[in-house]
Design a protein around this ligand. Structure first.
Ligand SMILES: C[S@@+](CC[C@H](N)C(=O)[O-])C[C@H]1O[C@@H](n2cnc3c(N)ncnc32)[C@H](O)[C@@H]1O
Length: 297
């Protein structure tokens, strides 16, 4: 279960806005395994509503086992890939709370974890010593469940990307404070080096990181429509807003109201298009997501 997000509620609207950013890059990475795609058995951990799962199956990956801690999210995935389940191409579709071990030890050709690591925070986390017991235990289990030569592949937004990866981050105060939980330093990598060190310590090698600059986090029809920001489901589809609400509770501020006022002000002053253009330049410079690929030697 996530340390701060209620995915049972989120599951009702996630797919309205989100799509599998970086999936094309991740699929290309699989080609380096040197086996035909249809012979691969991969696992999608924290599969959510199954957007990546479906992309991999639609594009020829033989088998995709899927796991998630949320019944609501997993049910959406189950419906989305029902035909593939019936056809035997989804050997496991089950609830799993990492760091519990992953069914099917040392068998997967690749294991994916997209936008999941930041949910593995625990009170013992320590940024200064780079100690993240729950996340490390989860990553060790991933390592164990991979076959020799297999890939661990994850997508995340690294720290330098965070301020620019979505337009609305520019309208939210003090993102550093918002993402202050130590786990964010691992998952969103204070920088890429933090993730690299953690994965290397577990035994992974041959790491690569790719930024698909052309891709955005949300479906374009919603992302470029600033009015979507007033849709409560939009706010549910990105856990940044959950963190804003959490901070509001702690401080008595109303960060969501301030955010909405800023969106309204841009529109009233006819500055929305210019604002979006400026944000686009930054987004296309930094990128929204980094796809990290590490190999079990
Ligand atoms: C932001 S969503 C990402 C979903 C999907 N990978 C995607 O990118 O579309 C995070 C997912 O991680 C799952 N999750 C959080 N903590 C988990 C845990 N301890 N074990 C397994 N899944 C977890 C949540 O239930 C949620 O579905």
């Amino acid at each position: 279960m996530s340390a701060y997000e209620d995915y049972e509620t989120v599951s009702r609207c996630y797919d309205k806005f989100r799509h599998p950013i970086g999936a094309e890059t991740e699929l290309s990475a699989l080609c380096a395994l040197g086996k035909p795609l249809q012979e691969l058995h991969i696992a999608d951990i924290g599969c959510g509503t199954g957007n990546y799962t479906k992309y991999f199956l639609d594009n020829g990956v033989g088998k995709v086992s899927i796991f998630d801690a949320s019944e609501g999210m997993l049910n959406c995935a189950r419906v989305k890939v029902a035909d593939y389940i019936a056809g035997g191409r989804v050997p496991h579709c089950q609830l799993l709370q990492l760091p519990n071990s992953i069914p099917g030890s040392a068998q997967y050709d690749a294991i994916f974890m997209n936008y999941v690591l930041h949910h593995f925070g625990c009170p013992e986390d320590n940024t200064a010593t780079e100690t993240f017991p729950k996340a490390t235990a989860a990553l060790r289990n991933v390592y164990e469940a991979l076959r020799k030569g297999g890939y661990f592949i994850m997508s995340t937004s690294l720290r330098p990307q965070r301020d620019h990866c979505v337009w609305y981050h520019a309208l939210i105060d003090d993102l550093d404070d918002l993402f202050k939980d130590p786990i964010m330093d691992l998952a969103f990598g204070g920088e890429y080096n933090t993730v690299e060190r953690a994965l290397t310590a577990i035994g992974f090698s041959s790491m690569k990181a790719i930024v698909p600059l052309h891709e955005i986090v949300m479906k374009p029809e919603h992302y470029y429509n600033m009015d979507a920001a007033f849709d409560p489901e939009f706010l549910l589809s990105d856990s940044t807003f959950t963190l804003v609400r959490q901070r509001d509770k702690e401080t008595g501020d109303n960060g969501i109201k301030t955010f909405h006022q800023r969106v309204r002000a841009l529109k009233e002053r006819n500055e929305a298009d210019a604002f979006m253009e400026k944000r686009e330049v930054l987004r296309k410079t930094y990128g929204c997501a980094t796809v990290i690929i590490a190999q079990k030697p």
